[in-house]
Design a protein around this ligand. Sequence first.
Ligand SMILES: *Cc1c(COP(=O)(O)O)cnc(C)c1O
Length: 373
Amino acid sequence: MHDCSPRAFVEADLDAITHNLHVAQQAAPGCQIIAVVKANAYGHGLEQVVRRLDDEHPAFFGVANIEEARRVQAAGCATRPFLLGPNIPEERETIAASNWGFTISSVEEADHFASLAVGAQRVLPVHLALDTGMGREGFLPADLGAVMEHMKHLPSLRVEGVMSHMPVADEDEVFSREQIELFERCVSEVALHAQLHYIHLAASAGLLRYNIPCANTVRPGLMLYGISPVPCAWASQLRPTLRLRAAVTLVRTLPANHGISYGRCFISARPVRVATIGIGYADGWRRHLSGKQAFALIRGVRCPLLGRVTMDQIMADVSAVPGVAAGDFAELIGSSLRVEQLAAQAGTIPWDILTGLGPRLPRLSGSLAHVSQ
Ligand SMILES: *Cc1c(COP(=O)(O)O)cnc(C)c1O
């Protein structure tokens, strides 16, 4: 048996991701960075991304769960994982025995982690999560006085960070400015009782759009992957980081009046040269892209996709491209076929498109600068 190249695959441009991290650093001068790599580094392949970004010495790698934290650790990174959300009781012993960053959002979590820390004879550094408007995790600002009082009785926990999250950084400036002020007041209150090393509120949109003087840490995710969630001066500095390619598996000419794909939603008006491409919704190529004038780039030409997306295959009109043959590669996402555009066509957001790219796609690395065939 000899090796075959995969039929459909993702290539991550690790240089571009590094460049985008530098842009985040410039956009949030003086801030430490929690480089968010959850969800397989937004589809780019967790291990290869963290191995590269580790050289940039971020404060943490932001992850969603223990499994991702373990993968960061197993990749041999010096940078520690940071669990961005709350953790269930059965996960906490593992966390207390690790050197991962984590948050607490309730007295129950604080008490549990404190007793685990006592058992492990350690003092555990924690980040207090505050709910300043997201409604997803964190202590309520009104309870903060009582919480800090309670923390005094938990000497096995050391509050080294305060964090919160912005629900409308990309759409409501009035709310966001008020939220920043509220966060600032909370930080001052916590700072009376704790030596704070990490004060963080902003993800990509927040850091690109707002100056948050009390913060010293930011949590960029999407922008590392070349996409700005808000129009801003930095957007043009970001480089695209992901290419999605799939093989043409068959090329035929179909006569006029021939249906293409399920539902026969597309009927050829005239004879059409059709390439079948080996990728489908099971790979994360969204079924919602059916009939939305999405394209595949084949031999440098934008070829309209025809008919519904099927589980493993899609069809493209290659009538305008001479010589297309099975084994050619079609580019579906790349520097000229942007995730932002696809997200709009599929009626969703770029985060959803990237993180929806499936496990069937191998994650390779490569420069997006070279011209695709
Ligand atoms: C996912 C996440 C981020 C990153 O958000 P982007 O919008 O992708 O930059 C930051 N902080 C928290 C708490 C998150 O869950």
